[in-house]
Design a protein around this ligand. Structure first.
Ligand SMILES: Cc1ncc(COP(=O)(O)O)c(C=O)c1O
Length: 431
């Protein structure tokens, strides 16, 4: 943090107390399988994260600033893109990517079809609808749970301009085939990389294939800022538009306190005749609006936390005991361990999840399954159509669930999960 010199002695002393408090807390952390819940996901935050964010707070700097700037510079590299904008959530990041396509300074896309899977996190689909685009749905594969590439070819027509999907739960989609389709049909590719930070396809990071990609820092994700998100951009123009849309739509792209206080700004002409209809009036670029924007900024203390979380990434990845996956092209940064019940089984998802939960093993359904079956989407597609048109998405709705893949799940916890699983299958006379 660059503003340490403002901390006085009493603040330093306070920080020491806070550091000691978390140090003791960390030392006394225990986990007894069967007694304590094995979380399906959750934040891994220690004294470094708390001290860094409290320090920012004590500095009395609230809005995204120097920590945000440093975080953006570091994090865009982890997404394999040259530019990046930190946001207040992954959902906001998705919203910004779709909104950016409509800008006069980018694609000026007003009406277009966007190809997207029926099985997704809701806020992958929602910004397509919210921005007035028409979603064109395809199914997903069972197994890797990603977009069904063959289905894309079947729905594509001349009005389809955008392809937008997520690499679900850390598994990269089949990018070789997808990039072929993108190039052949001149599609704009957006990647929702919220679940797949540092996953790779054929040695290339997921999130680096599209013109923009998003990430989420909700506590269940690979790293957390409490809440937060990110838009990684492939060029400076897109990054400016996304930043503007994030920051009320303003034209000014100055970042940080110093730039904020500068008379000339980053562009060198902060106070100029910015508005064409008033050529003789001088305006502050900070209050000139080039986009119809939002306010989707995080706090700087979240970014301070994020800078500490980034340092843990290697360790997080090394400390996972991972499920096996047999596609050598895909390096998976697991986000959850997905299981789908076969039709032949004589029990249902509720039976097994309830058994796990009763034994202190936390489970979750896999998003909402087929998103189009949910009440919010009744005007988008008829339920009976959605039910049969996307059978794999529908199967996930009823039969898939998730167990945790988490840095604090060690051998002891895995042994417990294994024993409880055996016990369940014995009770069903299946082993
Ligand atoms: C694939 C995917 N996209 C988007 C989001 C939304 O992210 P956030 O919770 O940060 O809004 C999530 C969920 O957390 C997600 O899993």
């Amino acid at each position: 943090m660059k503003t340490d010199n403002r901390l006085d002695e009493s603040t330093e002393n306070l920080l020491k107390v806070i550091e000691e408090y978390y140090e003791n807390k960390d030392k006394n952390r225990t986990h007894v399988p069967g007694k304590d819940v094995i979380q399906h996901a959750g934040p891994y935050l220690r004294k470094e994260e708390f001290v860094a964010s409290i320090k920012t707070l004590l500095n009395e700097w609230m809005v995204v600033g120097e920590n945000g700037q440093e975080f953006e510079n570091k994090f865009c590299e982890l997404m394999g893109q040259p530019y990046g904008i930190v946001t207040n959530s992954g959902s906001s990041a998705n919203l910004l990517m779709l909104a950016a396509l409509k800008s006069k300074s980018t694609y000026n896309l007003k009406k277009a079809k966007v190809i997207t899977p029926a099985f997704c996190f809701p806020t992958t689909l929602n910004p397509i609808i919210q921005n007035g685009f028409e979603p064109v749905f395809v199914d997903v594969n069972l197994g890797d749970y990603n977009i069904d590439v063959d289905a894309i070819e079947k729905v594509i027509d001349k009005d389809c301009k955008v392809l937008f999907f997520s690499h679900n739960f850390g598994t990269p989609a089949n990018m070789k085939e997808i990039m072929k389709i993108v190039e052949e049909h001149d599609l704009i590719l957006l990647e929702d990389n919220c679940d797949a930070l540092r996953s790779q396809y054929d040695g290339k990071l997921t999130g680096s294939f599209g013109i923009m990609s998003s990430c989420s820092f909700y506590p269940a994700h690979h790293i957390t800022l409490g809440e937060g998100g990110f838009v990684a951009c492939s060029n400076e123009n897109l990054a400016r538009v996304v930043r503007s849309l994030r920051d009320w739509g303003r034209g000014c792209y100055c970042v940080g306190k110093k730039a904020n206080e500068s008379k000339t700004g980053t562009c060198g002409k902060r106070f100029s005749n910015w508005i064409d209809s008033m050529p003789n009036e001088i305006f502050d670029h900070k209050f000139v609006y080039g986009e119809i924007g939002y306010n989707l900024k995080p706090l700087d203390l979240q970014c301070a936390m994020g800078l500490e979380q980034i340092k843990r990434l290697d360790w997080f990845e090394e400390s996972f005991i991972l499920p096996k996956y047999n596609d050598p092209k895909k390096k998976i940064n697991w986000f959850g361990f997905i299981l789908t019940l076969k039709n032949t089984l004589k029990f249902n998802r509720h039976d097994i999840c309830d058994f796990y939960e009763n034994h202190k093993i936390s489970t979750r359904t896999f998003f909402g399954g087929n998103t189009l079956l949910h009440p919010a989407y009744s005007d988008v597609i008829r339920y009976d159509e959605a039910l049969v048109k996307y059978p794999n998405a529908t199967k996930i709705t009823t039969d898939a669930f998730i167990l945790g893949v988490h840095p604090s799940i060690g051998h002891k916890q895995i042994e417990w999960i294994k024993n409880v699983t055996d016990e369940f299958f014995i009770s069903k006379k299946l082993i």
